[in-house]
Design a protein around this ligand. Structure first.
Ligand code: RIB
Ligand code: CA
Length: 306
């Protein structure tokens, strides 16, 4: 089976680390580029974290530095959840900076897409800033994108505002550019994280999965997510799971639009399943995930890390 070419835009971020680690060792994805963007913590830290993670994993996927701030709104920060470094809880090796490409993220993404024999899948597990800039700068590439898998948005209540989830609220204008791009979109909203929680029993199993499992256990133990209900909610791995085991999910078509105007719901992802706006669906939204299957998949995926 040929591996699916993939680009990851990420803001590590503890749950990003889980997603990136699984993607790099899945055996089914050919990760061509990792674009670190501002997000959970400032860009200098997300970039350093990306390089430190690859150095720890002994992988050599090219890394590029993305946007240092949202398109229009002020910068936001989630260091209270992920720690000051963005990857608190584990002592990583010094980063191998030879993986770092000295070009803009949009240009690096374009080079991968333009030179790929197959259409490329984009994964977005942080704010949409870099993909929005890329779509605007290289509109001719859109037909060469297989699909865009996004962790973001909320069907109901948010984690950054009453109705807004962190990745979408972090750059609402960029998110709206992405949702209106006509690219095929799979969306993993916050509610899936509430369903696909990881119990302490699963965490203990993760701890026994070699050096990667030990690293992930220590990071996840440090995650300070106040919105959790039944256990560790590791959102970003949901997006990678949609690529590797879509049968774990139930999807529903929806028209997704981002509120970029109202003072109180700015950054809210308005997800219309019922044609209230009389617009065609622009995303397949994950509405259910099998929690047991997800936990088993997570264990199997981490076990693959050499
Ligand atoms: O709301 C959850 C999302 O925001 C995740 O991607 C997490 O890493 C943060 O970026
Ligand atoms: Ca993230």
């Amino acid at each position: 089976m040929t591996k699916k070419p993939v680009i990851i835009s990420t803001d590590p971020g503890i749950d990003d680390v889980v997603a990136i680690t699984i993607a790099l060792f899945s055996g089914e994805l050919d990760v061509k580029l990792i674009a670190a963007t501002w997000g959970n913590v400032p860009l200098d830290k997300t970039l350093n974290n990306t390089l430190k993670l690859e150095t720890f994993l002994k992988t050599n996927v090219p890394v590029v530095s993305g946007a240092s701030r949202p398109l229009l709104r002020n910068l936001i920060d989630a260091s209270d959840v992920h720690g000051k470094s963005g990857m608190d809880g584990y002592d990583f090796p010094e980063p191998d900076t030879s993986l770092l490409q000295s070009k803009l993220a949009a240009e690096a993404i374009h080079e991968v897409v333009a030179n790929s024999q197959e259409k490329v899948t984009l994964v977005q597990i942080g704010p949409a800033t870099d993909y929005a800039l890329y779509f605007r700068q290289y509109p001719e590439d859109l037909s060469r994108i297989e699909q865009l898998v996004i962790m973001g948005g909320a069907i109901g209540r948010g984690n950054w505002g009453p109705y807004s989830e962190y990745n979408v609220a972090g750059d609402p204008e960029a998110a709206q550019i992405v949702f209106s791009s006509n690219v095929k979109i799979l969306l993993a909203p916050l509610e899936l994280g509430h369903q696909a929680f990881v119990t302490q029993t699963t965490m203990e199993k993760v701890k026994k999965l070699g050096r990667a499992g030990d690293m992930l256990y220590h990071l996840l133990s440090k995650l300070n997510d106040k919105t959790e209900t039944n256990g560790r909610e590791i959102y970003d791995a949901l997006a990678v799971g949609m690529l590797l085991k879509p049968q774990m999910y139930e999807f529903k078509p929806a028209y997704v639009v981002v509120d970029t105007k109202s003072p109180n719901a700015y950054g809210a992802s308005v997800i219309d399943f019922d044609k209230f706006f009389n617009k065609p669906a622009n995303a397949q939204v994950g509405v259910q995930v099998d929690q047991v299957a997800f936990a088993e998949w997570l264990i199997d995926a981490i076990r693959k890390v050499k």
